[in-house]
Design a protein around this ligand. Sequence first.
Ligand code: NDP
Length: 514
Amino acid sequence: MLSRSGHRVLMTLQRKCSNLSQLMKCPAVTEPLNFLAGRRIALDTSRDQIPLQYPATGEVLCSMQLASKMDVDRAVTAAKDAQVGWARMSGFHRGQVLKRAADIIRSRLEEIARLETLDTGKPIWEARLDMQSCADTIEYYGGLAASIAGEFLPLSDGCYAYTIREALGVVGGIGAWNYPLQMASWKSAPALACGNSFVFKPSELTPLTAVVLGEVYKEAGLPDGCYNVVQGGGEVGQLLCSHDLVDKISFTGSVPVGSKIMEACAKGVKHVTLELGGKSPLIIFDDCHLDNAVSGAMMANFLTQGQVCSNGTRVFIQKKIITEFLEKLVKRTKRMKIGDPFNDNTTVGATISRQQADKVLRYVNLAKQEGAEVLCGGQEVTPEERFKGGQFMSPCVLSRCHDDMAVVKDEVFGSLMSVLQFDCEDEVVARANNTEFGLAGGVFTKDLGRAHRVTSHLKAGSLYVNNYNMYPVGVPFGGYKKSGIGRENGPDAIQYYTQVKSVYVEMNDVKAPF
Ligand code: NDP
């Protein structure tokens, strides 16, 4: 909840940022987007540049300079130089810096949320929730920083050992485009709390807010060099993965790229965390609270234009309720408001890129060819004339799907829900697990025994009972099978940003056998 003064600040910021053309000209958009050693740095003008577009209109926001090998080297070297001093500060003091950063994000929430919407095309109310989650994450790890500790291990008489959890060194982060600041926060907050320094490469489609986070950290007192941002595509990501001074890569993105990252990290024997794709099942039993289950299916498919890794895109419905369920679902889906991402009432914003919209359309057509029925949506629409340069998709419900269809097997990453029918529990669990992915899954039922039994049998890392796509910061998130390695959020993330040192202490004379 915002305090009264916080609310006043928010209202002022809302007024300041309410004009879209003003927002497009604000320094966070027009100033250089590479952030090295505590400053936005203009790279030399011979660097390659790419246009950054607002997904809702296609307008070019700025021309972004891409980091070269030398720039990545500068960022990593700055991170290396800063890391030792940062790690030597007490966890308590590191935590204070992070908590101040969380406060600054909250005080600038509206402004940063607007930049996120400009970058991603997602509805503004979603961007606000994302920003809140970023602040929560940074505050959470700020709170944990002072308690990162090893163990005391008593051994035989007169000797003992202890362990210390130490930072890994320089962490490289690489993110996808659907939750840009959240990825920068979910990775940098635990990394910094543990005493690492950080170099982040956002997706080239969404570069803006990760740089603002650098300024927030600096204002909060983070030493220069501890957090850096390099911009560019896959080549820049590869430069980070192969840099000798980078000790770990934390990646969020697709399975094929995750596999390449792991391969590159294997060469340098680097630590990796991989948060990858999914094709998660949502199982709705006939004893569920029907309206809640419909809400859950929509939450599991239509947030951020369906571009969410954990989405429950395979919606299994028990035979007895399928007709009633679909009636309610289609009615509510048709009521979703497609339009201006900056309008508070919009529930469907713009799809990130032309390429992504084409992919969704391709899968709708494939599904139709394979026998699915389109109950609603699945079309490209132009909500208003001013959005004709953007790409907007109407949320789609596909019925009569079966397990072998491409749309049911592949991750599409759009508002495309496949509805599948099932008869009994054993059958649906087997079908739900029949995938190479294992990121998430959900169950709607009033039978608690069944809920626990089914979640225990589902092979996935993040499961929901009677809700979907909730991410409280204290709960670990990550995948089984090809959906990833390691966990973000919760206390578990700490182990992925530290290494354990054991110290054996002898208090007796040494009894050597020679
Ligand atoms: P990609 O895997 O295509 O890209 C992810 C990031 O990796 C981008 O910054 C991209 O750069 C970069 N990259 C691309 N190629 C390489 C390479 N060879 N070496 C190093 N870095 C590289 O994913 P998308 O951005 O398209 O995002 C969608 C995917 O992300 C989906 O599969 C989704 O499931 C997954 N995802 C997973 C989440 C999770 O927590 N499990 C959360 C959100 C998304 P650039 O874009 O600039 O080219």
